[in-house]
Write a protein that binds this ligand. Sequence first.
Ligand code: 5GP
Ligand code: MG
Ligand code: MG
Length: 178
Amino acid sequence: MKEDILKVLLSEEEIAAKVSEIGAKISRDYHDKNLLLVSVLKGSVVFMADLMRAIDVNAAIDFMSVSSYGSGTKTSGEVKIIKDLDRSLEGVDLLLVEDILDSGKTLHYLRDMLSKRGPKSIRIATLLDKPARREADIKPDYVCFEVPDEFVVGYGLDYAEKYRNLPYVGILKPSVYE
Ligand code: 5GP
Ligand code: MG
Ligand code: MG
């Protein structure tokens, strides 16, 4: 697994420090709100698990699963709901928790769809942001790290369902997917 990593981009320590900082910010912003954290599976599970414990206001959680990628490294633009939310969004302050914003197409689609279900507010928290690659009109409200235009894995992010369990974020050797 580690031999496929070209370079560690974000260490475990750097990630932990930043996630606490963002968690504290979210706690301040949502102390008087009806917070629901929604993790977009599967890439954001590791971030979700750490972020929710860095938030010290009442928060409910839910999960949804969409597919936009298959096993490649480029977005298809097509978003399919694999698993929908378990609960209603009526009156909730929704915070979508994502692993990475790349083209932004997935989140753009999701936000539009979920906004029709009556939430009081919708915001986006993402571990990683690749602003250079943005195609859809969408901006995250909470970003842990901006990353360069390279394919990264680890801390939840996969390539062909591998590397999610790496504790850090690294750049994959192009030889793995070329
Ligand atoms: P978007 O719709 O923003 O182009 O793509 C969002 C999804 O593409 C992310 O949730 C993630 O699953 C996948 N993705 C985009 N860039 C990367 C990357 O550098 N590494 C990995 N592992 N997945 C990525
Ligand atoms: Mg994702
Ligand atoms: Mg993936």
